[in-house]
Design a protein around this ligand. Structure first.
Ligand code: NAP
Length: 292
């Protein structure tokens, strides 16, 4: 039976470390601040925003929420972002996605200063990630890499197979794995013979968003299974993209859903906000940009 990768415990441990680093930073006159912008009243988005604010409060990060009506114009949102870009108390800006259809999402994400882009979605930071330079890493892939490290899983020379090519999970995690010297395959809906691709994986990262689409029997004996998928199949039942029971019999390590990758995402948002505040303090102290 596979070792269960406990995202909840790992997230708690990292949040405790963040709390003490924030305390230290406050004694140096710098409290990290995160602005969370929500447009409209999507119930799931509201839940995420509340969770993010609570997480900030728990570790001592100042958080400021901006809830705007669904009919907010694009220019109005852009001028709020401009204000936040210039607000010294704010080190991270997060615009909760999805945005209403009349707003150009890419334009909004590009308006966020790359220095405050704690979600890591700005093309400047995406470019730096691809180039292997230090940057704000998108929170879910970053959380996956931290979990792998925490469980002593070395990626060097390993076959990593990723199911999903989204900009927020599949693509960035592929570059992070490449940076760690893995050989990476990215699968999607046009991939031919998905079971065979999955059968090659030493490490499988499933981010398809389809309930249990990956059968346990496809998984290679001893593989590591990271299940990013969160799929609601009944009122109170969440499942991942992988058939957990059968996969856990073949894998060496596996993340549960919930309690695997999920708790790491917000934790890495806190980590990125802390990093941004530290960079801002260093800049103030030296009057210079951080070296890259
Ligand atoms: P997305 O934008 O919908 O992308 C899904 C990707 O999976 C697409 O590239 C799609 O291929 C591919 N795909 C879908 N069905 C497939 C199949 N049957 N075979 C092969 N590939 C398939 O989703 P996302 O935003 O990356 O999220 C993925 C999942 O992770 C969702 O369940 C989401 O809720 C979850 N998630 C969890 C967290 C967390 O914190 N736990 C964070 C983010 C996302 P095409 O490109 O060809 O369409």
């Amino acid at each position: 039976m596979a070792i269960i990768i406990d995202g909840k415990a790992t997230a708690q441990k990292i949040r405790a470390e963040i709390t003490s680093e924030v305390k230290q930073l406050v004694t140096e006159g710098m409290q990290p601040g995160l602005a969370v912008v929500l447009v409209g009243d999507n119930p799931a988005s509201k839940v995420y925003v509340t969770m993010k604010e609570k997480a900030c409060c728990d570790v001592g990060i100042f958080s400021d929420e901006y809830t705007l009506p669904a009919d907010t114009g694009e220019n109005e949102l852009l001028s709020l972002i401009d204000r936040l870009n210039n607000d010294e108390k704010i080190h991270g800006i997060l615009v909760q996605l999805p945005l209403p259809k009349h707003i150009n999402e890419a334009k909004v994400l590009e308006a966020i200063s790359p220095a405050k882009d704690v979600d890591g979605f700005h093309p400047y930071n995406v470019g730096r990630l691809v180039l292997g330079k230090p940057t704000f890493r998108p929170c879910t892939p970053y959380g996956i890499m931290v979990l792998l490290k925490e469980y002593g899983i070395d990626l060097t020379g390993k076959e990593v197979v990723i199911v999903g090519r989204s900009n927020i999970v599949g693509k960035p995690v592929a570059f992070m794995c490449l940076q760690q010297h893995a050989t990476v395959t990215i699968c999607h809906t046009r991939t031919v013979d998905l079971p065979a691709k999955i059968g090659m994986a030493d490490i499988l990262i499933a981010a398809a968003g389809r309930p249990e689409v990956i059968r346990g029997e496809w998984i290679k004996e001893g593989a590591v299974v990271i299940d990013v998928g969160v799929n609601r199949i009944a009122e109170k039942k969440l499942v991942g993209d992988v058939e957990f029971e059968t996969a856990a019999r073949r894998a060496s390590h596996i993340t549960p859903v919930p309690g695997g990758v999920g708790p790491m995402t917000i934790t890495m948002l806190l980590q990125n906000t802390l990093l941004s505040a530290k960079m801002s303090l260093a800049k103030k102290q030296t009057g210079q940009e951080e070296p890259s």
